[in-house]
Design a protein around this ligand. Structure first.
Ligand code: PXG
Length: 461
């Protein structure tokens, strides 16, 4: 089949996630056919540097034989069995043990799911169950953040703070509230980053008092917001949030679906910020995306109550701890460990990316270049000194993303924020290439937009 044949069938039958179906049908999808290392290849013969590790997940890069062999061996041995009704199987047991070994010392249990969204559905049920068992069934509210992302199931999107998602197919799950995000570049520049971080934590306390200080079960947040725009909070933010949660005895859920498994140079993003979460939803990098698997890592406080006082927890999925997915995840963790990938991100690749990425800050349409570990963002602006954004109608971010793709780089856009999160096995020379390709796309974006009429947004009052 040729590209056009795939596109015609795709248009006729395939409804893509997060997609304007009609617009895609008119344009035609890009057909990705194979991949190797940090590169994907399309049906037109283009080789493209994957600056997004698929969708923040292919941490070990493409084409790892070891993962293929782990899957094949397990498919032959036991392709499926469940872990309901008092049964288990070796891959689930071994993966559970390995995960708890890698997790912080106070985390010794895991509940498996098929995805990050299912992990967050599990979180919502588990925190409410925990407080009910503690004799405090009034502690029901969960606080999330505007522009946070926790998945696309009904509970996942309700916990997340993506307004366009809330606007479709509602109403959301009751008992979930949101507070402002610690996005200094976008919302906090009237203050110093440190003062802004504290103000965002104060918003958490205000919300708790508004809902009732005895009524809040948990706070859920990504250590660094991923889908919201690679937003690293000011250093003052997490310590202040932790203090508020301790004051009102509220559980912390650190959503590690993106930050986990080395992205920020630690096994879990929580460790970078010194968080001690009660629950950590995981997915994506757990299997480097080779097969779908997720879970919730459960700290001792919650686990002991569920185990000792719980009786049956009426929750679970057909594919909870799927043996083939678990075998691949286990092998993935072994390889990340054996190859020292996480340490290399922290000690070498993260600092190297930080230095090279920061070099883009001098570009005329870049208002900020930030990174942590192997996650980076660029803020596109029409005027560097004022930080003024391009007029929304110009779609600067999407234009830049499309130009990247045409020039051999996957860089994602969230509004006018450009994002990278490459495979963790990227080498220094690939980072050089990535930065070079990004600069070329910025040049071309600037060339096209600087001549466009209405290039800047009307200042708001
Ligand atoms: N939590 C976080 C922090 C995520 O980033 C999920 C939960 C849900 O995981 P599943 O496996 O159910 O998709 C995610 C997923 C994007 C993008 O465009 C990000 C995600 C998914 C799809 C697109 O950045 N993150």
């Amino acid at each position: 089949m040729q590209t056009q044949d795939y596109q015609a069938l795709d248009r006729a039958h395939h409804l893509h996630p997060f997609t304007d179906f009609k617009a895609l049908g008119e344009e035609g999808s890009r057909v990705v056919t194979h991949a190797e290392g940090v590169y994907i290849h399309d049906s037109e013969g283009n080789r493209i540097l994957d600056g997004m590790a698929g969708l923040w997940c292919v941490n070990l890069g493409y084409g790892r034989r070891e993962l293929v062999e782990a899957a094949t061996a397990q498919l032959e041995q036991l392709p499926y069995y469940n872990s309901f009704f008092k049964t288990t199987h070796p891959p689930a047991v071994r993966l559970a043990e390995r995960l708890c070994h890698l997790a912080p010392a106070h985390i010794n249990h895991v509940f498996f799911t098929g995805s990050g969204s299912e992990a967050n559905d599990t979180v919502l049920r588990m925190v409410r169950r925990y407080w009910a068992l503690k004799g405090r069934p009034d502690k029901q509210w969960v606080i999330g953040r505007e522009n946070g992302y926790h998945g696309s199931t009904v509970a996942g999107m309700s916990l997340g703070g993506m307004a366009p998602m809330h606007g479709q197919g509602g109403p959301c799950v009751p008992g979930i509230a949101h507070i402002r995000q610690p996005y200094w570049f976008g919302e906090g520049q009237a203050m110093s980053p440190e003062a802004f971080g504290r103000a965002c934590a104060a918003a958490l306390e205000d919300k708790i008092l508004e809902l009732g200080e005895d009524k809040v079960a948990a706070f859920i947040a990504e250590p660094v917001q991923g889908a919201g725009g690679a937003i690293m909070p000011p250093e003052s933010y997490w310590p202040a949030v932790k203090a508020v949660l301790a004051k009102y005895d509220i559980l912390l859920v650190a959503d590690e679906v993106i930050c986990g498994f080395g992205r920020l140079g630690e096994w879990f993003g929580s460790q970078h910020y010194g968080l001690e979460p009660d629950l950590m939803p995981i997915a994506k990098g757990l299997s480097s995306g080779y097969l779908p698997i997720g879970g919730v890592l459960v700290g001792d406080r919650v686990a002991e109550t569920l185990v000792e006082e719980g009786g049956e927890f009426f929750h679970g999925f057909t594919y909870s701890g799927h043996p083939v997915c678990a075998a691949v995840a286990l092998r993935n963790l072994e390889l990340l460990e054996a190859e020292g990938v996480v340490d290399r991100v922290r000690e070498d690749l993260g600092p190297y990316l930080a230095e090279r990425w920061a070099s883009l800050a001098d570009h005329p349409i870049v208002g900020e270049a930030r990174s942590l570990g192997l996650m980076g963002a660029l803020e596109l602006v029409v005027d560097k000194t004022s930080g003024q954004r391009f007029d929304k109608s110009l779609g600067a971010g999407n234009l830049c993303r499309d130009l990247c793709f045409e020039n051999g780089l996957v860089m994602r856009s969230v509004g006018d924020t450009m994002i990278i999160a490459p495979p963790l096995v990227i080498r220094r020379e690939d980072i050089d290439e990535l930065v070079e390709l990004a600069r070329r796309a910025l040049d071309e974006t600037a060339r096209r937009l600087m001549h466009a009429p209405h290039r800047q947004e009307e200042p708001t009052a």
